[in-house]
Design a binder for this molecule. Structure first.
Ligand code: AMP
Length: 457
């Protein structure tokens, strides 16, 4: 009753406040549907995600990276200061809210800033952020208020790999190699690694000035967004996808003529390292990426099978991120790979994903028309016992809303498993189970207590 009254009052309030944009948006809400840009990963797909994560865990372990779990929301300042306030992310894509204590918090739009924050907070790279390297990876949902389209969601998942504390180009090569190896193990085809250098605080101001002058001299041809942020960040006009800006950006002065000696040498070493490891890569002087924190190396892995949203992975070096959030100097390099897009490309390319995991055993109770309810009880006990022994087992009712199905119907469900354990009145009387190999059709009787040992051999 109280709930009904509460709802009624809320609805009245909403009607009264129609003038607010959010109220009219709320009127369209269908509570039976997820919010726009957010989707469920259903069982038909989620096992594929588990496979991708499993491969990621294997590769990161082989490269010496440890898994870390980070919070999904952080102080808003971490992103405004860390990611940069001229980025699309901070300008218009963050899910920011005020909590009940009055703090401004933001659902993480990316993981790197949180990773650096965690490393500083817990001294993972030594007390002052220096002294030892920390190689970390994590995965989970990120949130950006972007226009949803194929391969672009408002909640999406990333595998994020970060190497903190190492300033040399070998770390950049390692990180790029790790992403490439992950994609190789996943069997992704038709990929391209694109690399660039975006300079550092020493050389970038000069390059920014040259770029600013160049774009200003052609400002009539630029889109409004690029024009709006030309003064604050002319580099962003380089990777604008709008055709009018793109053709102007093609002829823009090249970053390579403006790199300082250190950045140029670093870039040469990164390229040499990739060549040494036989990683084909293309240089793209227009690759600047959408996050302000990058210094020196920036890279992306593009898929030829994704359409407009073609990046499966992006990353680079961010030697000043720690300082920008108030920490000590802590060099870092890493990447984030989009899980939604990885799975999408793999599906498109007909990747095997390994076999869909099936129950090893299906326990069948021979109890047609309720003729032997004890068989169901015994099947329940056996199923549970097998599961506790690490054997994937299923039984009638576990995979269907209709429990107490006929023997025939249960045998049909068992078809995907390797074994059927059949318990009927005859087996019950002798304390046996009929063990049927569903691949060969062979069947033997084994004591009820010995099913596991037979299955394991
Ligand atoms: P970024 O953090 O923008 O460098 O993106 C790294 C990777 O995350 C991209 O290469 C994509 O694979 C993925 N990604 C970024 N934004 C989205 C999104 N809105 N929806 C799905 N995947 C995304």
């Amino acid at each position: 009753m109280a709930l009904k009254r509460g709802l009624g009052q809320s609805l009245k309030f909403l009607k009264k406040n129609k003038k607010y944009g959010w109220v009219s948006a709320m009127e369209d809400i269908d509570s039976r549907k997820a919010p726009r840009g957010v989707r469920d990963i259903l069982p038909a797909e989620s096992w594929k995600w588990a496979y991708v994560l499993n491969v990621a865990a294997g590769v990161t372990a082989h490269f010496g990276y440890s898994e870390i779990h980070l919070p999904v929301f952080e102080h808003t300042e971490l992103f405004t200061r860390g990611v940069g306030d001229t980025t699309d992310i901070v300008e218009k894509e963050m899910y920011t809210f005020t909590d009940r204590g009055g703090r401004s918090l933001t659902l993480r739009p990316e993981a790197t800033a949180g990773m650096v924050r965690a490393a500083l907070e817990h001294g993972l790279c030594g007390d002052r952020g220096q002294g030892r390297a920390s190689k970390l990876w994590c995965w989970g949902p990120m949130f950006r208020y972007e226009r949803p389209q194929k391969g672009r969601y408002r909640q999406f998942f990333q595998i994020d790999v970060e190497c903190l504390g190492l300033p040399g180009p070998a770390a950049d090569v390692e990180v790029i190699a790790l992403s490439a190896e992950m994609f190789r193990r996943l069997g992704l085809k038709n990929l391209e690694v694109v690399v660039n250098s975006v300079g550092c605080p020493q050389c970038r101001p000069q390059y920014r000035k040259v770029l600013f002058d160049y774009f200003m001299s052609r400002k009539g041809g630029l889109c409004e967004t690029c024009l709006g942020r030309l003064e604050r960040n002319p580099l962003r006009a380089l990777d604008c996808k709008k055709p009018e800006c793109s053709s102007i950006a093609d002829d823009a002065p090249s970053v390579y003529e403006h790199l300082c000696e250190e950045c140029a040498a670093h870039f040469e070493e990164v390229k040499a390292g990739l060549t040494r490891l036989s990683f084909p890569h293309r240089l793209d002087k227009r690759l600047v990426r959408g996050l302000d924190y990058y210094t020196k190396t920036a890279y992306e892995v593009l898929s030829g099978d994704l359409g407009a949203q073609n990046a499966v992975c992006g990353g680079g070096r961010y030697d000043n991120l720690s300082e920008s959030i108030g920490g000590p100097h802590l060099p870092g390099v890493g990447f984030a790979a989009g899980m939604d897009r990885i799975v999408m490309v793999m599906e498109q390319q007909g990747a095997s994903f390994r076999e869909k995991p099936q129950s090893q055993v299906y326990v069948v109770a021979q109890d047609d028309a309720g003729s032997c309810p004890e068989a169901r009880g015994a099947a329940q006990v056996l199923t549970h016992r097998l599961r506790t022994k690490g054997i994937a087992a299923e039984q009638d009712g576990g995979d269907s809303v209709h429990a107490a199905r006929s023997f025939k119907a249960q045998m049909k469900s068992a078809a995907g498993a390797a074994w059927a354990c059949i318990i009927g009145p005859e087996e019950l009387a002798k304390n046996l189970v009929a063990l049927k190999n569903l691949r060969t059709g062979e069947q033997i009787h084994v004591p009820f207590e010995d099913v596991e040992s037979h299955l394991k051999t």
